[in-house]
Design a protein around this ligand. Structure first.
Ligand SMILES: Cc1cc2nc3c(=O)[nH]c(=O)nc-3n(C[C@H](O)[C@H](O)[C@H](O)COP(=O)(O)OP(=O)(O)OC[C@H]3O[C@@H](n4cnc5c(N)ncnc54)[C@H](O)[C@@H]3O)c2cc1C
Length: 452
């Protein structure tokens, strides 16, 4: 009670909540991990309030967990040691759009769809698209990417500068408005993907792009996962400019059909998107179709009308929601390994075999154009035996990826769920990462229990 009262003195009554439903929402990420409620949810309205909260927390050694939209899926926002959930949702102003510089400055609580709606007025867009309507602060926190990473990269390639409130209340600025820099250690890049363990972003400066004149979506179905994956690889090798290339396996299509009442063919399916000038797009779609047919595809459709494009992609976009709807009361475990492209067909087969061997029903889908894919299945966090089997499957998939030059997480981040893989992936350099953390956060108040 004392903490909430102290916080109310700093932020006023409307900036602090201890309502049970609020605590529950902020203690329960979008995942299968055990929920843990914070002592209070704090909603600062500006950076000065963020700094004041951090000073109070540092003085009392109280954990602080930054919270954006809460859509991260490895338990990143769960306050495992209690304390304050610092919800940045009220800091949601788009501060400046600079069309000639292809740049935008925004507060961390801005959601990606809202940003794109504003950028459209200037003929621009921001390409990073995790499936959820995430916040810019959270996307920076996890180094998010999504279906468009194949062409545009991750948050890391788009965050040019940050304003960060450090755990002792100091405010620093990293980076600049230039696209390139060689000026010393790159603290901006260190902050991207730090999962709330180093400081609180109070402003982000992002790179944006002109809207492409033509967008074409396409979908191809195959009789085997191998044929689909090999088509994706051949397309990358062809030199075509591919915006997105996603694979969805038959059980997932089946779940989407049940969820949406659709009748998509229950086959391994590749989803593509191509964008740019009309002639170049037409050539690239033609290349994709020729390659798919060369790999024995069963069907190939294309659409350029925006509504038809959305319908064509629906089975991919709604895959996670469909899986969740088929298993009410459970949380999702979504593996997130990324492997070199040549390993991909074997990796997909290994993931499916691992699930089958352990009797797990789930999906295999992902951003196969860049070697990042997800084996997804639902887990009841209250059932210890079920969690153990799920974690065993996860371990086998990660072992395969690390054994073939990959990483345990291509985009979702570490949180609680992948902590156990970090030593396996990084070896001695993990201790160096921990030393860096202690420079920024000597008292260890920032999102404790994550990453390390
Ligand atoms: C259906 C679905 C599909 C998804 N698909 C993808 C996908 O394709 N690709 C992908 O990358 N992710 C995906 N995700 C995961 C999720 O959307 C991303 O991890 C996203 O980046 C989280 O953003 P958020 O605003 O929800 O952040 P949160 O979950 O609120 O926070 C994420 C992390 O960032 C930290 N953080 C938040 N705000 C700040 C701040 N201001 N300063 C410092 N740290 C901060 C938090 O402490 C936490 O560690 C998906 C999630 C769902 C539910």
């Amino acid at each position: 009670m004392g903490l909430a009262e102290d916080l109310r003195r700093l932020l006023g009554a409307d900036g602090v909540s201890t309502a049970a439903d609020d605590l529950l929402r902020h203690g329960n990420g979008f995942s299968y991990h055990n929920p843990v409620a914070p002592a209070a949810v704090v909603r600062p309205k500006d950076k000065e309030e963020v700094r004041a909260v951090l000073r109070l927390a540092a003085a009392g050694r109280i954990p602080v967990v930054p919270f954006g939209a809460g859509s991260s899926i490895e338990g990143q926002v769960i306050p495992v040691q209690g304390g304050i959930s610092l919800d940045l949702g009220r800091m949601n102003a788009i501060l400046e759009v600079r069309p000639q510089d292809f740049m935008v400055r925004a507060q961390p609580g801005v959601r990606r769809l809202e940003l794109n709606a504003r950028l459209r007025e200037d003929g621009l867009f921001f390409p990073i698209d995790p499936g959820a309507d995430a916040s810019l602060g959270g996307m920076t926190g996890t180094n998010a990417s999504g279906t468009s990473a194949l062409r545009y990269g991750m948050m890391r390639q788009h965050v040019l500068a940050l304003e960060v409130a450090l755990p002792d209340g100091r405010l620093i600025r990293t980076g600049s408005m230039s696209f390139k820099t060689s000026a010393g250690y790159n603290l901006t890049q260190l902050m991207v993907g730090s999962e709330g363990t180093l400081g609180v972003f109070t402003e982000v400066t992002l790179r944006v792009y002109p809207l492409p004149p033509v967008i074409v979506a396409a979908r191809a179905t195959f009789s085997s996962l191998d044929a689909a994956a090999n088509t994706a690889i051949a397309l990358m090798q062809s030199g075509a400019v591919v915006g997105r290339c996603e694979l969805v396996d038959p059980p997932t299509i089946d779940a989407v059909n049940a969820y949406e009442g659709t009748g998509w063919p229950v086959q391994p399916t590749l989803f593509f998107e191509f964008s740019g000038r009309a002639s170049a797009v037409a050539e690239d779609v033609g290349t994709a179709e020729a390659l798919a047919r060369g790999h024995g595809c069963l069907s190939f459709e294309r659409e350029s009308d925006p509504a038809a494009r959305d319908r064509l992609w629906a089975a991919r976009h709604h895959a996670s929601l469909a899986l969740a709807a088929a298993h009410p009361g459970k949380g999702m475990l979504s593996t997130d390994v990324c492997v070199p492209l040549s390993v991909l067909p074997a990796a997909l087969a290994q993931a499916r075999a691992a699930m089958d061997r352990h009797g797990i029903e789930g999906s295999v889908l992902g951003h196969v154009g860049d070697g990042n894919y997800h084996a997804g299945f639902m887990v009841d966090h209250r059932d210890a035996a079920e969690v153990e089997v799920a974690e065993q499957v996860h371990q086998e998939i990660v072992d395969f990826a690390l054994g073939h030059g990959g990483t345990c997480t291509g985009e979702h981040g570490v949180g609680i769920g992948k902590r156990r893989f970090l030593a396996q992936e990084h070896g001695d350099t993990l201790a160096l990462m921990a030393s860096i953390k202690s420079v920024f956060d000597p008292a260890g108040i920032m999102n404790p229990g994550k990453l390390f």
